[in-house]
Design a binder for this molecule. Structure first.
Ligand code: NAP
Ligand code: MG
Length: 483
């Protein structure tokens, strides 16, 4: 007997997308001069026109942030700052459905994920940091840690509102003011967040949002009025930013790419592991910096795991992101799709064996079927480079030592997963792995109390938890702020 899912589309009636947006500077929306379209990648429908910030807009935003820093925010007692963060967190919860629908329309991710992961975690980030605002002297960062000043923040398109929350919440809790630029293809939830700042009556200029492309990002990075740069995005742009700020007094945190190893030992509970592998690579279409994109299977169980993995992949529902049944939505942009297609072709050419379940992809929009490559070695480009799509590279190993060597054989070091019942071995493996976040018998679990960040080319500094506060504070022992 076969069971068919009836469509269960979420309504978009709750959103009110304006035909055109400006920037949010000094507590007000100001008109932009040039505009570019933002689209729904699942349908290619133009949703709105987004303003492209140039030098004068970035100057105005930095000026507003400096004024707010000097006149109110840095002087306000932490207890009072915390009240604003609590207020923002509660409004995000109240308007969660509106945010989830807007995020899914603009980004292409399944509504199930924006509703159950992105938006609740964004609110959780504000709640968590609201709690810190009046307790900073107990954070272990000196008796009287001070804010850095104006923070320039640049975020990517894969978790638009959540990455905003990761940046804005700690900056505000620690008394800094902000100029933030969302990614070109996903500005809408940041602009809705600007409305939330107004609704929370956040003092004007504490949060400024300028939209635009890489050139706007570069204007922020190079602005002399900015004290700290917080960037999440590609390693390539991260390196450009590191070079730009090196001769300046700016402090910097970089959250960059990854090529996470997901290691399965022979004693792993296979069915649960298969769920973890699926979640590790197909969550958010694989547009996840900490994705478990390299699966390392112990050789004697590889066949069984792959058999079960393929059966499970046949059940993945790819399609309309607004449908509550959908597991994998649209690829965020035409450019990203082209990158995934190209790297998958390289996988073929280098001798990997490609497999995807039979699945019908919608005609319009940007789509890529969930894919695995077997027969991959550490030398293959698809084992070394970030694909940032729903593509899993499968490697095998014989001994735990070999698993560690293969897992660490990467320029990145953001995340890793370990599957196995034997606690002594999973703990041993976790100690050997050079990765900032390591999950055992789970994957892609996020919590605002837990620091997140990478080794090597995956970045500098940590976001979240007590460690994340350090990146926005100068203490006696750390005059310039932690990198
Ligand atoms: P990206 O091209 O580096 O873009 C990230 C942000 O930087 C965007 O807002 C982008 O603007 C802006 N930008 C581009 N060029 C710039 C420049 N020269 N100076 C300043 N800003 C510039 O990365 P992406 O392709 O959007 O995002 C995917 C990457 O982000 C992946 O490599 C992924 O691993 C990484 N990522 C890392 C984390 C983490 O926490 N470690 C989290 C999520 C994503 P435009 O959008 O206009 O290009
Ligand atoms: Mg879009």
């Amino acid at each position: 007997m076969s069971f068919e899912y009836a469509p269960a589309p979420e309504s978009r009636a709750i959103t009110n997308i304006k035909p055109k947006y400006g920037h949010f500077i000094g507590g007000k929306f100001v008109a932009g001069s040039k505009h570019f379209p933002t689209i729904n990648p699942a349908t290619e429908e133009i949703l709105s026109q987004i303003a492209l910030a140039g030098k004068s807009d970035v100057d105005a935003a930095v000026k507003a942030a400096r004024k707010a820093y000097n006149s109110t925010w840095s002087k306000m007692p932490g207890k009072e700052r915390g009240k604003y963060l609590f207020r923002i967190a509660r409004i995000l919860q109240e308007r969660a459905r509106e945010f989830a629908v807007l995020e899914t329309l603009d980004n292409g991710k399944p509504i199930r994920e924006s509703r159950d992961t992105d938006i609740p975690l964004a609110a959780a980030h504000f709640f968590y940091h609201a709690g810190w605002a009046d307790k900073l002297e107990y954070a272990g960062l000196g008796s009287s840690p001070k804010p850095l000043g104006v923070a320039g923040q640049i975020i990517p398109w894969n978790f638009p509102l959540l990455m905003l929350a990761w940046k804005v919440a700690p900056a505000l809790a620690t008394g800094n003011t902000v100029v933030l630029k969302p990614a070109e293809s996903t500005s809408l939830t940041a602009l809705l967040f600007a409305e939330v700042c107004q609704q929370a009556e956040l003092p004007a200029g504490v949060v400024n949002i300028v939209t635009g492309d890489g050139s706007t990002g570069a204007l922020i990075v190079n602005h002399p009025g900015i004290d700290k740069i917080a960037f999440t995005g590609s390693t390539e742009v991260g390196k450009i930013i590191a070079r730009s700020v090196a001769p300046t007094k700016k402090s910097v945190t970089l959250e960059l790419g990854g090529k996470g190893a997901n290691i399965v030992f022979e004693d792993a509970a296979i069915d649960e592991t298969v769920e973890g592998i699926i979640d590790g690579i197909f969550f958010n279409q694989g547009h996840v910096c900490c994705a478990g994109s390299r699966l390392l299977l112990q050789e004697n169980i590889a066949e069984e795991v792959l058999h079960k993995l393929k059966k499970r992949m046949e059940k993945i529902r790819v399609g309309d992101p607004m449908d509550k049944n959908t597991d994998v939505g649209a690829i965020n942009s035409k450019e990203q799709l082209a990158k995934i297609v190209e790297l998958a072709k390289v996988g073929d050419a280098e001798g990997g064996q490609r497999w995807s379940p039979a699945c019908e992809l919608p005609k319009k929009g940007y789509w890529f079927a969930p894919t695995i490559f077997t027969g991959v070695t550490s030398a293959h480009r698809i084992a070394r480079e970030e694909i940032f799509g729903p593509v899993l590279s499968v490697l095998t190993f014989r001994t735990p030592q070999e698993a560690i060597e293969k897992a660490n054989n990467t320029p990145f070091g953001l995340s890793a997963g370990i599957w196995g019942e034997k606690g002594s071995r999973t703990l041993w493996a976790a100690q050997q792995l050079r990765a900032g976040v390591i999950w055992t018998n789970s994957f892609n679990k996020f919590d605002p109390t837990s620091p997140f960040g990478g080794y090597k080319e995956s970045g500098w500094g940590r976001e979240g938890g007590r460690h994340g506060l350090a990146a926005y504070l100068k203490s006696v022992s750390n005059e310039k702020g932690v990198m």
